[in-house]
Design a binder for this molecule. Structure first.
Ligand SMILES: [Zn+2]
Ligand SMILES: [Zn+2]
Length: 203
């Protein structure tokens, strides 16, 4: 496989080539067709998030087709198109995991931060944290939904059917939320800092 690796924060990514790693029972190997760039990737590359597992291949909005299955994977088959998000692995045993709040698991491992991500031609993911993807989106269209879209959906869902929705900050998630909320007839108010105003006005 070939990928772009972060060896040291604050430095450019460098191309690496490696032989394939073998899969555990729960993992799948993907041929990567698209991977979004999330703001968090930039924070990791710039050294603004503590202790990435270096060297690391960033990228956690991965779209790919399954080319190999671990022998315990039942929910996917070869050739399936799947998405791989930021949350890459959790312990399954702590109080948060048992309450279906795995995103709060203190032992969670994240794609492109602790686990090699999608800025590569191949990626390995835990199938339990990968999503089946509908075919009515292109690879490039669906990739940003795997982080920005997912976060936005959670926020919009939490807001319920409120007629007016306030967004604090206006980045990738908010610009997707705004489009969905407008299609539902909701009004959006974005609270931004001076530098964010242009982005908010152009949506
Ligand atoms: Zn992200
Ligand atoms: Zn846990």
């Amino acid at each position: 496989m070939q990928g772009m690796s972060l060896n040291q924060p604050g430095r450019l990514l460098v191309m690496v080539r490696r032989g394939p790693l073998s899969l555990t029972a729960e993992q799948v190997r993907l041929s990567v067709s698209a991977c979004g760039v999330c703001r968090t990737d930039l924070h990791i590359v710039d050294g603004e998030l503590a202790q990435p597992a270096l060297p690391i291949i960033p990228g956690h909005e991965i779209v790919g087709r399954i080319v190999e299955l671990g022998n315990g994977v039942g929910r996917f088959k070869l050739g399936d198109r799947v998405g791989v998000p930021w949350l890459g692995w959790t312990c399954g045993e702590c109080e948060f995991c048992r309450r279906e709040q795995e995103n709060l698991c203190p032992s969670a491992r994240f794609t492109g931060y602790h686990i090699d991500g999608g800025f590569a031609n191949e990626a390995i993911a835990d199938a339990r944290f990968a999503f089946p993807l509908p075919e009515n989106y292109t690879d490039e269209e669906v990739a940003p939904l795997l982080c920005a879209g997912l976060i936005g959906w959670r926020a919009l869902h939490a807001a319920g059917d409120a007629r007016r929705v306030g967004l604090y900050g206006f980045g990738a998630a908010a610009h997707i939320v705004t489009q969905v909320a407008k299609s539902h007839g909701q009004e959006i108010f974005a609270f931004v800092r001076p530098d964010d105003e242009k982005a908010a006005a152009s949506t």
